[in-house]
Write a protein that binds this ligand. Structure first.
Ligand SMILES: Nc1ncnc2c1ncn2[C@@H]1O[C@H](COP(=O)(O)OP(=O)(O)OP(=O)(O)O)[C@@H](O)[C@H]1O
Length: 261
């Protein structure tokens, strides 16, 4: 059996008639924590949706196991009469499961997923009334309840404060370590992920490069990816990735990084 949880080669994906990703390829080892990093519009959501088979794509995508997905920006109404534990149980009813689990097994699966994200304490509260960080835990438990091998998360740290984001990152890292789950998590800021990333998958200009942070976050590597000069600069214990060049749109190209491990 392959030691890879996900293998992608020669993948091209178009959105609205435009090729957003062009001939990208990478592999993720089982149990790896991989940050999918890129500016807004770089194609992170497109890649995750292609892996899920939700978008037509050219090339090869092989997922070795079951996939769980935490989509971007779910809005949960405060008055939605659904408790956190009920929401997690809905994860068992996905069309791919095909049959209903008996009650006791169902309850045990929900309980295990809630425990994995340390959400037992608010399991009986209405999901729409939980804090952003608590809701994110419930969304992860919803994706975890079928015990996926590969967990895809689309910008799960957006809208969280630094502490809540760090807690989510730590619990995801624990899932990698203790359960061998492979995590692919998209973010426009790699900063909060630096302490945990085994791999970084950096997307820019329709291309992608995958490796360790040390291998990828380098002036020459990112310059080649962007197709113009990039500086990776250390400032006050942080590292800035700065894109320059005449006629280039600078708005999204400053990425703050605390340290290269
Ligand atoms: N349904 C669609 N129809 C047409 N173009 C689309 C569609 N969805 C996305 N795009 C375009 O594809 C490109 C990649 O979008 P995508 O959402 O994958 O980027 P992203 O890296 O996830 O960015 P963000 O962080 O802003 O979500 C963008 O230029 C976007 O405008």
């Amino acid at each position: 059996m392959s030691g890879l949880a996900l293998e992608v080669s020669e993948l091209s994906v178009a959105q609205g008639g435009r090729e957003v990703l062009r001939h990208i390829g990478f592999g993720l080892p089982r149990g790896a924590f991989c940050g999918l990093i890129g500016s807004n519009g770089a194609g992170k959501t497109t890649l995750l949706r292609a892996i899920l088979g939700l978008l037509p794509a050219q090339g090869r995508i092989q997922v070795n196991g079951l996939v769980g997905y935490v989509p971007q920006k779910i809005q949960l109404e405060p008055d939605l009469p659904v408790r956190a534990q009920d929401f997690v149980a809905l994860g068992l009813d996905g069309h791919k499961f095909g049959f209903a689990l008996p009650g006791a097994k169902r309850a045990a699966a929900v309980e295990a997923a809630l425990r994995a994200v340390e959400a037992e304490g608010f399991a009986r509260q209405r999901v729409g009334r939980l804090s952003g960080g608590q809701q994110q835990r419930v969304l992860i438990a919803h994706a975890l309840v079928r015990a996926p091998d590969l967990l895809l998360l689309d910008e799960p740290l957006a809208n969280l404060d630094i502490k809540a984001a760090a807690e989510i990152v730590a619990l995801l890292k624990r899932l990698c370590r203790e359960r061998g789950v492979t995590v692919l998590l998209s973010a426009h800021d790699m900063n909060p992920l630096l302490p945990v990333m085994d791999r970084i998958l950096y997307v820019a200009g329709g291309k992608a490069i995958c490796g360790t942070v040390r291998e990828v976050v380098r002036t020459e590597v990112l310059s080649a990816l962007y197709g113009h000069h990039i500086d990776v600069i250390g400032v006050h214990g942080r590292i800035l990735v700065v894109a320059g060049g005449e006629g280039h749109d600078h708005r999204h190209d400053l990425v703050h990084v605390t340290a290269i491990p």
